[in-house]
Write a protein that binds this ligand. Structure first.
Ligand SMILES: Cc1cc2nc3c(=O)[nH]c(=O)nc-3n(C[C@H](O)[C@H](O)[C@H](O)COP(=O)(O)O)c2cc1C
Length: 261
């Protein structure tokens, strides 16, 4: 194993005579602290006037962007709305919900469907190993074609038909092909980043409320979002007020949700 790992020469280990990347799983993580973060996260709808330090917000955003993401393509963006005028407009666009009105930070999470091509090329340029494996290279060269729905989903429909025929004989990916499927594709990864974000705030002692109750059109205009970018959530963050959680958490019987098959 090499001891002086760098981006272009990471730690490696020999497995079955082949040199493989080596990243051991850290042990000794405090499970109870993790559990406390997860179980104490609540949707907080009333915050105090205490500001969240900028370094905390930045750290939480950094942790958000470590969320898993489809094909590593990071189809998310975060707009930390700081200007007083824009913040007031965003509160209004969030229908003046209490969480938005009292939050010291409002962060709009945007899912992007229009950077697949650019980020696929960037991935190949910034590949973290000395050589890009041929399969990986092929994958990122093909992805942009895979995620091209065409006008009115025309190309998507052709691909769906072709893939369905192939699917009679072997398992195949059945999407994302259409505009709607590609939006869902981006929203999935962006939502995972939002979950990281709110857990990170909780770990820092602050609280959040995820909100999808906002006027999409107004938020799009406020942030001047292009067609391939759509806001999926506004995350309100701040210090929990004593009466900031409105009622105890409700979760139904796990039998309704967990199935062993
Ligand atoms: C995608 C999503 C959208 C949400 N939108 C809103 C919202 O617009 N306003 C609000 O007060 N809470 C909103 N919530 C918070 C939920 O109401 C809350 O998570 C749920 O009632 C469970 O409560 P808990 O978060 O305290 O466990 C949203 C949560 C999610 C995940």
């Amino acid at each position: 194993m090499s001891t002086t790992a760098t981006k272009k020469s990471p730690n490696t280990i020999l497995v079955g005579g082949k040199q493989r990347y080596y990243e051991p799983a850290p042990q000794g993580i405090d499970l109870e602290s993790f559990r406390k973060v997860v179980t104490s996260r609540r949707s907080v709808r009333k915050f105090t006037a205490t500001p969240v330090p900028r370094a905390v917000v930045d750290d939480c955003l950094d942790m958000a962007m470590l969320a898993p993401c489809s094909s590593g393509l990071q189809p998310w963006e975060f707009y930390v709305v700081r200007s007083a005028g824009k913040k007031a407009a965003l509160v209004k666009a969030c229908m003046s919900q209490s969480a938005a009105k009292t939050a010291s930070e409002l962060i709009v999470c945007v899912a992007r469907t229009d950077r697949v091509d650019e980020f696929s090329r960037q991935m190949l340029r910034e590949w973290p190993m000395p050589d890009v494996p041929p399969l990986v290279k092929r994958y990122y060269q093909l992805i942009p074609y895979h995620y091209t729905p065409g006008p009115l989903d025309s190309i998507a429909m052709l691909k769906k038909a072709a893939f369905s025929v192939g699917g009679l004989f072997t398992p195949i990916p059945r999407g994302p092909h259409t505009h709607a499927e590609i939006r869902l594709w981006a929203a999935k990864s962006a939502a995972l980043a939002c979950e990281n974000l709110v857990l990170a705030f909780r770990a820092h002692g602050f609280d959040t409320c995820m909100m999808e109750g906002f006027d999409d059109l107004r938020v799009r205009k406020l942030l001047k979002l292009a067609d391939g970018a759509f806001p999926i959530m506004v995350v309100a963050a701040g210090e929990r007020a004593d009466d900031g959680v409105f009622w105890p958490q409700v979760r139904f019987d796990r039998k309704l949700f967990v199935h062993e098959v």
